[in-house]
Design a binder for this molecule. Sequence first.
Ligand code: 5GP
Length: 228
Amino acid sequence: MMPPSHSASSLAKPSWRRFGSKFKTLSKRFSRSGILFVVSAPSGAGKTTLVEAIRQTPNLFYSVSCTTRAPRSGEINGEHYRFLSDADFRAKLKAGDFLEHAQVHDDFYGTLREPVLTNLKNGVDVLIDIDTQGAAVIRNCDDPIIRQALADVFIMPPDLEELRRRLHGRGTETEKQIERRLETAAREMERWRDYRYTIISGSVEADLEKFRRIMAAEGYLSGRMIQK
Ligand code: 5GP
């Protein structure tokens, strides 16, 4: 086969230069919609540290949940949770402010709808850290923006004994609370197949690396591209 012929002018410039400016113009013609990263993990699976690290990602909004649970030592209102009284939580529920809510152990937890939707509409990625009940509600949500944006990730603890060690290690729960959390964890671990992604938890660094790869791949989905 004959090699393709080139004109003198096209040979004069290296091909990457010729195409570089074209790609720049092309990339300006594309933006993408926001991604809703829903992460669930049984307590003690190392999720808190992982979520803290992911929260540092630029152009990512972390949805601070509302809860009726009492703050643990070191938890800051508005940063880790919005700590609400039962009455205030119920008022928000009645007003339809929650995208989802669930009772976990003895307390209520809920995700505020408005900040999630506003950020997604503005092309900002959103991260929410919720239990498997809340994730199921979001998965079954009718809102087309939520359906299109959703990327759900389950963090699977290596095993229950490791989870027990981690819960003892952090020392924020009583023995009875630990047993209760382990029962919930065992139930939650059965739900991993409902999620698009599962990360088998190893070190925080390894989990973070895997999560970052998921974030990157989700950002390249053609369905998320918007041509201007
Ligand atoms: P913790 O009390 O240990 O912070 O959280 C207990 C559980 O509640 C975790 O599984 C956590 O992911 C979940 N959770 C936190 N915020 C929300 C929320 O807004 N909605 C739901 N459904 N679960 C939540």
